[in-house]
Ligand binder design. Sequence first.
Ligand code: SF4
Length: 458
Amino acid sequence: MLLRHTTKEIKERNALTINPAKTCQPIGAMYAALGIHNCLPHSHGSQGCCSYHRSTLTRHYKEPIMAGTSSFTEGSSVFGGQANLLQAINNMFTIYDPDIIAIHTTCLSETIGDDIVQITKKASDEDMIPLGKHVIHCNTPSYVGSHVTGYANMVKGIVKYFAENSGEKSKRINIISGWVEPSDMREIKRMSKEMGVDIILLPDTSDVLDAPQTGKHAFYPKGGTTVTDLIAAGNSKHTIALGEWATKEAAIALENKCKVPFALSELPIGLRATDRFVQALAKFGGVKVADTINDERGRLLDVITDMHQYLYGKRVALWGDPDHLIPLSEFLIDLDMKPVYIVSGTPGKDFEPRIRKALGDRADETRFKYGAQADMYLMHQWIKEEPVDLLIGNTYGKYISRDENIPFVRMGFPILDRIGHSYFPFVGYLGAIRLLEKSSGCSWTSRMRSARKRPLNW
Ligand code: SF4
């Protein structure tokens, strides 16, 4: 009984979060920055913050995460971190030679009010930024929002710094990716290529956080959106923003700055959300849906038909990022499963209408909550009141899974106790087949466990 203190009785809480269903803002900013080619993220705060951000990303992606820190001491906490940041910029360009330094703030530097724009201007005035190199920034006070907010802030920062409208429109389509795995980003590129649509994907962590082992250490792996493409994004004819929480602000910034209109869509998780993504690609790319993509859809339908008998009516609890939960809930409904409990630690008032729409007729029978008090403790209490057949979410559900003996599909961020998640996509029709395969595997395990009346072998 790892979570033996979880009580069944639920009391309203206003100022207490227990086992948050989220991580901190700068982790998202760091992940987004890693999706830019030759970019070195920099954490403006204490070493402890940076260690936490790096270690969480390293444990999830099983890759070394390079990042700088302003290494605040008591002195910088009182007098400000300008001197530390200036020295850090100078050191990083001199020693590590990145094309871009992407600075994000932390709780501490936000609380003391460090002005990153003023400090980077000073660095530029004092010739600390070499010609052709860039220093960009975003603010990530982690006492609000979540890792998704930090990701969104950095993506917006990237767009604002780089995109330029030269006055000549290209035929390219921007795709601003929400927070998904490197394999998902690769899958989005593959599907676009199959459709014959020339895209700029930003950010793009494929070949950065799943770079091949070559026997040689590459401080900056070969992947990531290039500066040339980031600038060219301002000339694209349209933008598809995948995931409201992670990409909407960036899409708006790009439209305001460069007059590139955008369409907001869900992440292509599941059947209908992938349909909408494919239709958006066809519409804005001016192409027909490729036969190969239609075949992939047909294969997904076939697997749904085959697996329906095992999944029908299963009660599911899910947690994680809103951009994942909304299309995932819609997909579970399509499978005739019952998403009964949903929590997201990420705030955003659009969550309720969006999740209600995704759940359709089941909305009133589903318990959902978002924001600071939507935590894993509450999820456990709901499950104690009435159990579920399946859990889908990040690593934070593993103790509930063990204590309540419920099968568990790991999905989302962070996943700290498994490998593979960053190599196989969840997006697109192929990703939906993978989700089905994992869920139905758990469903089988659940049936066998019931039949033999013995605990799951974890
Ligand atoms: S929550 Fe704030 S203090 Fe804690 S690691 Fe994140 S940025 Fe640092």
